[in-house]
Ligand binder design. Structure first.
Ligand code: C2O
Ligand code: CU
Ligand code: CU
Length: 431
């Protein structure tokens, strides 16, 4: 609902029961329901507010992943919501159309809260994305695909191993939007899939065995132009929008293929050898025509351009054994102080033969290079989370605009959530 020009949402974190397997009741958590949460949607330029209520027995928080907003509204570990309490962040949507998401971020317990089911999509729209010829009817030819893996124990309950093993819990059950064996009836020639890796540890390699797809957007919005590819690798927290074409009457499946994790010493221990069906697409016998994806690149890029020449500061981040630059997360320590309006280059590297999924709050960044090479297409658009192949240096360009607060930090961290909870996180303030 909209009150005095502000679009108001409400989300209640609560316990529930979900049937992932027929006849088996699994205890889960969800927002406004038993598992996952509603898709929120707002316009660029709109003011939004969210009434966040916590009906759980422990503190949680809700973080707006990928959103540019004041640190005090960010929903990180400094904005926890106690049991029975409510929190009402408000901010103005001031960034391009994108597939963002929301999830809890309580200090040391993010893995558990997301794994139990607390997450949802937050879609942003703007004129440029509306002018693009992209499928855009939600649930019809514009389909959310939240991919997660789970372990269900003998009683059908969610199991999260806390043995500290790398990279965290890898499940043998894969679900899409909380459904095992998910399918979508397709009634148009093309369908847009908004892919989110909402798992806690697993990196997926998503694609179709029998066709290519057009990558149209990454974490923070549209690419300059569609890129045709076979699959897209998504680490925890990353998103991609792809458009696939179907023939009348056919069935095809989005798979998670064996993953190329890049220079990992024991890839199978990271789940690289696992393969899953993610979503079956069942095309009707008659399909409504849909145009090829296309848009004016300038309409989108011009207003949000980041320029390497503007970067005056370079920072280095080494990720190793649950630490960033040799330090574990400390709620009372500010690790980096950034000047408002400045453009910076962050050089990020995993120094162990382990990959990580590096996420920075508040910004959409651009990957300048990977070990000196131009980034692959799936890293060429706006990003807020970047899969780090081990022992490679990722040069990330970002600008910190608008919101200053010397007291409330934003986070940067690994989005493999066990790593985050065990300390692979740091804090920056914008002043
Ligand atoms: Cu998606 Cu700091 O989180
Ligand atoms: Cu985030
Ligand atoms: Cu990590």
């Amino acid at each position: 609902k909209v009150v005095d020009g502000t679009r108001i949402f409400s989300l209640t974190a609560q316990e529930g029961v979900t049937e992932f397997r027929p006849g088996v009741e699994t205890r889960t958590w969800g927002f406004d329901g038993s598992y996952l949460g509603p898709t929120l949607r707002a316009e660029r330029g709109e003011r939004v507010a969210v009434e966040v209520a916590n009906d759980l027995d422990e503190p949680t928080s809700v973080h707006w992943h990928g959103m540019h907003l004041p640190a005090a509204m960010d929903g990180g570990p400094h904005q926890e919501v106690g049991p029975g309490a409510t929190w009402r962040p408000t901010w103005e949507i001031d960034q391009p159309a994108a597939t963002l998401w929301y999830h809890p971020h309580p200090h040391g317990a993010t893995e558990k809260h997301v794994y139990r089911g607390l997450a949802g999509l937050f879609l942003l729209d703007d004129d440029a994305s509306r002018a693009a010829t992209l499928p855009h009817t939600y649930g019809v030819d514009d389909v959310p695909v939240i991919v997660q893996d789970k372990v269900l124990d003998d009683d059908g309950q969610l199991e999260l191993s806390d043995d500290g093993g790398e990279p965290g819990t890898l499940g043998d059950v894969v679900m899409t939007n909380g459904t095992v064996g998910a399918y979508q009836e397709v009634t148009t020639e093309r369908v847009r899939l908004r892919l989110l890796n909402g798992s806690t540890a697993r990196t997926f390699q998503l694609g179709f065995a029998d066709r290519e797809m057009d990558l149209v957007a990454t974490d923070g919005g549209l690419l300059d132009a569609p890129v045709r590819l076979d699959h897209v690798r998504l680490a925890p927290g990353e998103r991609a929008e792809v458009v696939v074409q179907l023939q009348p009457g056919e069935t095809t499946r989005l798979h998670s293929f064996e993953a190329d994790l890049g220079g990992v010493v024991v890839p199978f221990a990271m789940g690289a050898n696992d393969a899953f069906d993610v979503l079956e697409l069942r095309a009707a016998d008659q399909l409504a025509p849909s145009p090829e994806p296309a848009w004016e690149p300038s309409a989108h890029a011009a207003q949000d351009a980041l320029h390497e020449d503007d970067a005056a500061v370079t920072r280095t981040f080494e990720l190793d054994d649950r630490k960033i630059n040799g330090r574990r997360m400390d709620m009372g320590r500010i690790d980096e102080v950034v000047t408002e309006g400045s453009t910076e280059i962050w050089e990020v590297r995993s120094t162990v033969p382990m990959p990580h999924s590096f996420h920075v709050h508040d910004v959409q960044l651009r990957v300048l290079s990977v070990d000196g090479d131009a980034p692959p297409p799936e890293l060429a658009g706006p990003k807020d989370t970047v899969y780090l192949e081990p022992n490679r240096t990722y040069r990330l360009l970002m600008r910190f605009d608008d919101y200053t607060d010397p007291d409330v930090p934003y986070m940067y961290h690994c989005h493999m959530l066990l790593h985050e909870d065990e300390g692979m996180m740091g804090q920056f303030v914008v002043v």
